[in-house]
Design a protein. Structure first.
Length: 178
């Protein structure tokens, strides 16, 4: 699906199969005319996703691009979807496991100290485990999730009472020498 195109913004949201006839079926001509552009690919099988998520060493992350005109819904939805859909609704794993897959396990893998302690740089999320869920869709990819009340980055609120504060206190973290 074409997410966005600088030259052809009117085609955003259309399946590539709908766009191709405009270029006499030439993929090369379509790509050349549409770029710069962004696309969303539908290649994952839900049963595979569930099977992979169940594995103890599966981490959760997102490669959503925040500067895209129409980003993939995963940018705003990945973590709430894991908490709400895969953990709470489908019961693939307990909530604590879901949180570990997106925090401590990832920190360990990348050589970061994933513990919250005085003097550490930490991001904290306060959410309602009974309400948290993704709401972003392909039609409305920037729709904020439900059930996230507060997000604190390095001691500074960036979401307070469900609303962005505008603060941007994030910083790059460095690996711990092994």
């Amino acid at each position: 699906m074409l997410a966005w195109s600088t030259k052809r913004p009117e085609l955003a949201g259309k399946d590539f199969a709908e766009i191709l006839p405009l270029y006499d079926g030439s993929i090369e001509a379509a790509i050349e005319d549409l770029k710069p552009a962004g696309a969303i690919y539908f290649v994952m099988d839900e049963q595979d996703v569930r099977r992979i998520f169940r594995h103890d060493k599966t981490m959760v992350g997102s490669d959503g691009l925040p500067n895209d005109t129409a980003p993939h819904p995963r940018l705003w939805g990945t973590f709430p979807r894991v908490l709400g859909h895969y953990s709470r609704e489908l019961k693939l794993f307990p909530l604590e496991t879901a949180v570990r897959k997106m925090t401590g396990l990832t920190a360990e893998q990348f050589g970061l100290d994933g513990h919250v302690a005085a003097g550490h740089f930490a991001d904290l999320v306060v959410f309602d485990p009974d309400e948290v869920i993704d709401r972003a869709t392909f039609e409305a990819p920037k729709l904020a999730p439900k059930g996230i009340e507060h997000v604190i980055v390095n001691g500074v609120p960036v979401i307070a009472h469900g609303q962005p504060t505008g603060a941007r206190p994030g910083r790059a973290l460095r690996r711990i020498p092994r």
